[in-house]
Structure formats: C-alpha cells, structure tokens
Ligand binder design. Structure first.
Ligand SMILES: Nc1ncnc2c1ncn2[C@@H]1O[C@H](COP(=O)(O)OP(=O)(O)O)[C@@H](O)[C@H]1O
Ligand SMILES: [Mg+2]
Length: 460
C-alpha cells in the first residue's frame, strides 16, 4: 500500500487517536495485563488505519481527481480527462465527465475548423469585403480589399470608416445602406497599381434577431472586364453602323440622282448603276463577314474535321485569287510539300488562305510578287503567305487582327475590304488549335505564318 498519510488525513488521524484513547480507557477496566492492552490497541490502530486508507483511496482520492479535472474544464482545457479507475457511482461520474470533456473538445475543434473555414473563405473571396458596425467602426477587411485599397488590416480595423476610407462612393454606400436598411449598389473607379479598375460596391445591412440594424457588410467587385466587354460591344455596334452607313448613303444618293433625271443620260446611268452595284456588293460582303464572325464566336460553334489534302485545297482556291492577281499584274507562286494531309475543316481553311492571299494581293503594288507555301513540319503544317507589298507599320502589327482595324481605311475600302478578314482568320485558326503571326516591314512586304496541327488534338 502506498504511503498516504498526507495532510488531508490528519483530522482522521486525530479522530483515530481519540477513539483509541477512549477504547484504551474502556479496556483498562476489563484487561489487567498492560501488555495485552497495548497489543489490542496496536492491532485496533492497524485495522482502523487500513480501513481509513481504503476509504481514502476508494472515495476521497477519486473525488479530488474529478474535482481537479472539472477545474481544468472550467478553465477551458477541454483535453483534461479523469484517469483514475474508480468503481461505483464515482466511476460512473468520471466516465460521464470524460464523455462531457470529449464532447466539449470536439465542439471546440469543430468551432475552430468552422472559424478557419470562414476566415479562409473571407480572405480568398475574389471580392473586397468590409464589415462596419452600426456606429461606423470597421471590424473586418479581407485580403482582396487590401489589394484594392492598399495598407494592412490594422490600418482599417477599429477605425471609423470615414476616417480611413477617402472614397466618397463608399461613404454614400454605407450611409444609404443604414438609411434605407436594404441592399445598395454603386460603382466607382479606382487606380490599382497602374491600372484603372471599375469597382461595383454593394452595401448589405446586417440585422440582429430582433431585426435591429447592427451594421453593414460592403462587398466590392472588380467589374473592369465587364466594362471592357460593354465598351467593345458599343464600339462594335458603332463600327457596324458606320460601315453600313457609307454604302447605304451612297446607294440612296445615286439612286435619287438617277430618279431625278440622271437616268436619261446613258453615260450617267451606267456609271451610277456601277457604283450602286459595287456598294451593294460591299454591303453584301460586310454582312457575310459579320455573319461568319458571329457564327465563329458562338460558344457552341464546332468545326467539322475531315482529312484534307493540301495540294488539292490549293488547286481549289487558286481560281478565286488568280484573277485578282492577274488584274494587278502580280505574280502569284505556290509551293506545297508532297502529300500533306491534315484533319481540319476544309472550307474554313480555304477561307483562311483566300483571306490571306486577297490581302497580300490587295496590299501589294502593281507587278509585285505574292507567294503561298505550305510545308510539312512533323506534327504541324506551316502555311506561309508572303508579299513584297506596302507592309505594316510596327505599331499597327498587334492590332490588325482586331475587328474593323485597318492601317489605311481608304485603301482597304477601295480594295473591297471590310476590316473583318483577319479577325475571321484568327478565329478559324484558334478553333483549329493553331496559331498565326506576322513579320512585316513597311514598303518591303509582309509574311503571315500560320501553324496548324496535322491531327485533331481531341482524337490523338
Ligand atoms: N499583306 C498585307 N500587307 C499589308 N497590310 C496588310 C496585309 N494584310 C493585312 N493588312 C492590314 O491589316 C488590315 C486588316 O486586314 P483585314 O482584316 O483583312 O481587313 P481589310 O483587308 O478588309 O481591311 C488591313 O486593312 C491592312 O491595313
Ligand atoms: Mg482583308
């Protein structure tokens, strides 16, 4: 047995001595022999001591251990457990206490995980987030907000929003959200780094369970890409209208002149009708190009790939461009490596080559040279259209694939161009998983390189 005569047992010891003294007195009247009396008292002491120690070990000690564990739990240490193996009601109590401690500990872990998930979510959301209380103090700003407005969280948290945020629209959003107690949406521009960004801000009121306003959460979205798309769409509509207006004005004008008497003059009649015919053809070309582009840009647009023999393809497009080249006295030469086949949409690839060759012929002066060469480069086919024409100024090169972009508007129009040819070419090449690039020098000429994969990447 372990030495357990520690401090808490002192009162029990004292009682033991008292009891023994009383027993000694009682026995002294019955037992004459002094030595027998002492022996009885010693045996009694030992028996009582054993009983006392047993009581302490079985009841007192577990209760003390349990109480210590409860103290730990009260302090918030939910990992504390009672390890004492006690039986009976105390054992049962300890088991229940351990279950309670385990539940509390799981609850704490869950709470921590949820808290972490929430803060990860808030920090990684792609919108800026600010939490303002009903007095206007900022309680939380997330990482995205800091990338938008700069600084650290402690530059904002704990301060009044109007003291640390200079933006008037943000002030207005907070004030109106508090005033109207409903979601408010505004937008503003903000310089982030060197870029001007369009930000949409939504203020949402926060209510407590008694429906009393407790603050507002401000969400800020970067809507620059949407603004750019909107701008592009507006530009596109303006461009299309402008492109259509020119031929229509001219058709109406000449038709009116004819109607007002010019039809009686055979020379004017012929000249004006030719103009009307040319302008209608231009409009037709423009509309066809617009329809092609809109078809290519549709999400569900898919090409139909077949095995295309390049030599045969070139034979089919030559008659279309030969005549134009001849009219300008341009020498058109072609070179195609033997037996090249690719898996592609034949009609679309023809369109690419016709557009590139038409450009080469259009932007090359009389008696120039245009060459089409198709070479086998293993898994890719290299189509090269070169000319010794007017070339493209360096700063215009990145823009020539934009819709309606032309280096020289008048020259393009005179050659029947719509400004959409290269935009269409680029689209077609991209849907074939290929790429296009240009080398050009003003007054020397241009080379357009197209690289197309020979095999359908989706199948190989
Ligand atoms: N081979 C070329 N040589 C010089 N400039 C070219 C050539 N190909 C294209 N360009 C320039 O790129 C512009 C855009 O071409 P494109 O989209 O085909 O429109 P379009 O030919 O109808 O004007 C042309 O207006 C022209 O300025
Ligand atoms: Mg063109």
């Amino acid at each position: 047995m372990k030495p357990l005569l520690t401090k808490p047992l002192l009162p029990y010891h004292a009682s033991l001595f008292l009891l023994m003294t009383l027993t000694g007195f009682a026995l002294s009247t019955l037992v004459d022999e002094y030595i027998i009396l002492i022996s009885i008292l010693v045996v009694e002491y030992v028996i009582l001591l054993i009983i006392l120690l047993h009581v302490y070990d079985k009841y007192m000690k577990p209760i003390r251990k349990t109480s210590q564990t409860v103290d730990e739990l009260v302090k918030g240490n939910y990992r504390a457990r009672v390890h004492h193996s006690a039986g009976g009601s105390i054992g049962e109590l300890n088991n229940k206490l351990n279950v309670l401690a385990r539940n509390l500990s799981e609850f704490q872990i869950q709470e921590k995980v949820q808290e972490e998930q929430l803060s990860t979510l808030i920090d990684n959301t792609q919108s800026g987030l600010v939490l303002v209380d009903e007095k206007g103090y900022i309680h939380l700003v997330n990482r995205k907000f800091l990338t938008m407005f700069g600084g650290n969280a402690h530059d904002y948290q704990g301060f009044l929003y109007y003291d640390v945020l200079a933006n008037e629209t943000i002030h207005e959003t907070v004030q109106d959200t508090f005033l109207y107690e409903k979601n408010m949406t505004y937008s503003f521009t903000q310089i982030i780094g060197v870029e001007k960004k369009y930000i949409e801000i939504v203020g949402a009121p926060i209510f407590n369970e008694r429906n009393i306003l407790k603050g507002a959460v401000l969400l800020m979205y970067d809507i620059t890409h949407l603004k750019k798309l909107e701008l592009m769409r507006k530009d596109f509509v303006a461009n299309v209208s402008h492109e259509l207006k020119t031929p229509i004005t001219s058709i109406t004008g000449f038709a009116e002149t004819l109607k007002n008497g010019a039809k009686n003059d055979p020379a004017s009649l012929d000249r004006f009708l030719t103009i009307i015919y040319d302008e209608s053809t231009r409009m037709q070309g423009l509309i066809e190009d617009l329809l092609t582009l809109s078809k290519l840009e549709k999400d569900e647009f898919e090409i139909t790939r077949t095995v295309v023999d390049m030599t045969q393809l070139v034979q089919e497009i030559l008659p279309v461009v030969d005549q134009r080249a001849e009219q300008k006295g341009i020498t058109l030469t072609t070179h195609v490596d033997d037996s090249i086949t690719i898996q592609a949409d034949a009609e679309r690839i023809k369109q690419v080559m016709i557009n590139l060759l038409t450009n080469a012929i259009s932007y090359t002066l009389k008696d120039g040279d245009v060459n089409l060469s198709i070479t086998d480069e293993g898994d890719t086919v290299h189509i090269q259209v070169s000319d010794n024409g007017i070339g493209i100024p360096e700063k215009a090169v990145p823009r020539i694939f934009e819709r309606f972009y032309r280096v020289d508007k008048a020259r393009s129009r005179n050659t029947g161009g719509t400004g959409l040819g290269l935009a269409i070419v680029k689209h077609i090449i991209e849907v074939h998983d290929g790429c296009i690039n240009v080398e050009s020098e003003p007054e020397k000429g241009s080379v357009f390189h197209v690289y197309l994969p020979k095999y359908d990447p989706a199948l190989s």
